[in-house]
Design a protein around this ligand. Sequence first.
Ligand code: SAH
Length: 263
Amino acid sequence: MSSKSGKVFLVGAGPGDPDLLTVRAMKTIESCDLILYDHLVSELIRELFPTGTPAIYVGKCKERHSIAQEDLNELLVKWSRQSKCIARLKGGDPFVFGRGSEEMLALRSAGVEVEVIPGITSASGCSTYAGFPLTHRGLATGCTLVTAHTRNGENPNWGALAALDHTLVFYMGLTKALDISMGLLKAGMSQDTPVAIVENGCRVDQRTLVSTLCHLPSTVIEENVKSPALIVVGDVVSLRDTLISSGRSWAGDDTDLMTAIGQ
Ligand code: SAH
């Protein structure tokens, strides 16, 4: 059965700037015979799709409901029977909150060959493009990637997160800004802990807002922050001012980003 199927590549497309695609991702995009992409794959990346290759949007349907993951898995299996090589593009890295492993399991159990091409995850891309690191000696002994949306709706273990002395990066955190703030404050983190909100990171319309743990929820509301946005909590954010003024303009303010990606 598997010999009749094509191969599916789960390709990490990075956070948005086409220059952050890996060479491997680009080669796969150029050589596949079908592209499937989701809502996090930026417009500038979509412009790189070869004009002769069919590209299907599998993020959200017209009514803006997500295609159920199970239905998508079935479609992937079906399409793999009809194509030699499918590039299934996902924002960031397929294995970081990208449900790549779920798709991989479904394809494997249907006998379809699958390979994952890692991408730059948004934590890495957004922090760098916003002008601060994820770790820094003396400021954070590590970095923890957290989803603010769990399958069963449970909260993260705020006490454990607060005790880590890590930079905390919240994916899908916008609607949970109040929970994040309250949870970490109650767990003993300082109300002045710096927080960065990076909206549309590594894209032409990137916006970086710097706030504090205490003011995070009001900043999200007052600034009308839109998805996709990443919430980064930790002292590393305070390095932003120094690093931006140190001359690496591509990681500087957001106008410089546009220059950096040729806009
Ligand atoms: N696999 C992706 C994450 C998918 S979960 C990755 O590795 O980055 C979706 C969440 O990722 C969004 O809600 C947002 O929190 C974050 N995200 C993805 N791309 C982003 C971008 N360009 N700017 C800001 N946040 C982004």
